[in-house]
Design a protein around this ligand. Structure first.
Ligand code: DOR
Ligand code: ZN
Length: 457
């Protein structure tokens, strides 16, 4: 058979090992994986991956695309261009948009925007607003998302309807999402505790980035841990599948580990900034540009251990772009700044660099970035380099040394907190369903190429 595409000579990496093998692709799907030299594979286009690694494209389940509503920060084209360059072939967008994704109508509008503009495959996580949840599940969402945050003194990044404070309301959401069988993704946070702690700083007129960082990290993570306990208890009560975003404390990790042992259906993610950014030195040097969160060193060490031992299931970017102006006000008043950290373009290279530094195995990186997110969110066509799966694949040079630079950022904001960082390991080419969307340092995919990937029941 003559394939559309053959990738030959490379070393294929999966969560369970690596092998020298060639891949035959037709109709966007992997048809054949042949160990050996691939002399038998005929194709219209042959990609020589000799000396390179071939990885499944990343499934990034936590991305703030900013469209509609905040397109001065980012839009679906720039976001997915950055994704393609960063080896991400599927994204899940978040609902803190304008209008916020709280109804089926808004969800459909957002899905139409992706269909016209996304370069990579996609899904979108709406808020499970009561009365709308079943209809939104039927529209093909893989997960729902809510924030346990109601911002004090500002309306962004959690517009009305996306953040909730009330535990009865939250329990209702767990019940509703459980009925759909989908995953409930929640940002853990205790706003009442945050309000109390921040008052202490505000009374002293301290609104610095350091004060903000210390507020969120107060009492060694009480704002996260109390919320995590509540969420796990609600998941246990309702049987709903829970996904906890940005795990960042020792106690949070231990609670998730215990809950899994008890059979609670919970998964956890960690984001690039908890691994590679957010030290106290970063807070002092980068201030608003590395906040939301300071991750004290003892927590970071526990996060790396939990990544290796499987307590944390996946890595996601939590890509949260904001303009320089929105960040710069934070040097004076961090509570007036927009918080969150961009990263969709650099997380895979940073993980490859971590492999180079001996912090993680390559196999575990594939599990964390592709296999686990696809599996945990029921995306049956993604995550694996096996016959029958979508040909979403990355050609990776694990030895390439390069420097992350602001001028190479594809995200609309044009900056990265990693500017100047040297890494070893690069994504050279990215293929989506057999089509090259990034290569030779350029985005090749066209807006509208991306498709809505739906959960397989
Ligand atoms: O700091 C944050 N930024 N926290 C969130 O929950 C949302 C994010 C954003 O959208 O910028
Ligand atoms: Zn987020």
């Amino acid at each position: 058979m003559t394939y559309d595409l053959a990738v030959v000579g490379g070393t294929l990496v999966s969560g369970s090992g690596r092998q020298r093998a060639d891949i035959g692709v037709s109709g966007g799907r992997i048809v054949e994986v042949t160990a050996g030299n691939g002399a038998g594979l005929e194709a219209k286009e042959v990609v020589d991956a000799t000396g390179k690694l071939v990885l499944p494209g990343m499934v990034d389940v936590h991305v703030h695309t900013r469209e509609p509503g905040y397109t001065h920060k980012e839009d679906l084209i720039t976001c997915t261009e950055a994704a393609a360059a960063g080896g991400v072939t599927t994204i899940f967008g978040m609902p803190n948009l304008d209008p916020p994704t709280v109804t089926r109508t808004h969800l459909e509008e957002v899905l139409d925007l992706y269909a016209a503009r996304s370069i990579v495959d996609y899904n979108h996580n709406p808020v499970p607003a009561h009365g709308e949840t079943e209809a939104m599940a039927e529209a093909g969402v893989a997960a729902f998302k809510v924030y346990m945050v109601v911002d004090t003194g500002r309306t962004y990044p959690h517009p009305a309807g996306t953040g909730i404070h009330d535990h009865g309301h939250l329990l209702q959401m767990f019940e509703d999402v459980e009925e759909t069988g989908r995953v409930f993704m929640v940002h853990p946070h205790d706003q009442a505790l945050m309000d109390h702690v921040e008052q202490g700083y505000w009374k002293r007129d301290d609104r610095s980035p350091e004060a903000y960082a210390k507020t969120l990290a107060a009492y060694d993570g009480i704002i996260w841990d109390t919320a995590t306990a509540t969420l796990l208890r609600m998941a246990k009560a309702t049987g709903c599948r829970l996904h906890i975003v940005h795990v960042q404390t020792i106690e949070g990790i231990e609670m998730i580990r215990r809950a899994k042992d008890e059979g609670v259906r919970v998964t956890g993610e960690v984001n690039h900034w908890a691994l590679f950014l957010g030290t106290w030195e970063d807070v002092l040097e980068l201030g608003p540009y590395c906040l939301s969160y300071w991750v004290p060193d003892h927590h970071r060490a526990a996060i790396w251990d939990a990544l290796a031992d499987g307590t944390i299931d996946m890595v996601s970017s939590d890509h949260a772009p904001h303009t320089r102006a929105e960040k710069d006000v934070g040097w004076e008043d961090m509570w007036a700044a927009h918080t969150g950290t961009p990263g969709i373009q650099h997380q895979v290279p940073l993980l490859l660099d971590a492999v180079h530094g001996g912090k993680l195995t390559l196999e575990r990186v594939v599990e964390l970035t592709a296999e686990a997110p696809a599996r945990c969110f029921d995306i049956g066509s993604k995550g694996y380099l096996r016959p029958g799966f979508d040909a979403d694949l990355l050609i990776v040079d694990p030895t390439k040394e390069w420097t992350i630079r602001n001028e190479d950022v594809l995200s609309k904001i044009g900056w990265t907190p990693y500017d100047g960082r040297q890494v070893v390991g690069a994504v050279e080419r990215t293929f989506l369903r057999g089509v090259e969307i990034y290569g030779d340092g350029t985005v090749k995919g066209r807006p509208g190429l991306g498709r809505h990937v739906k959960p397989s029941d």
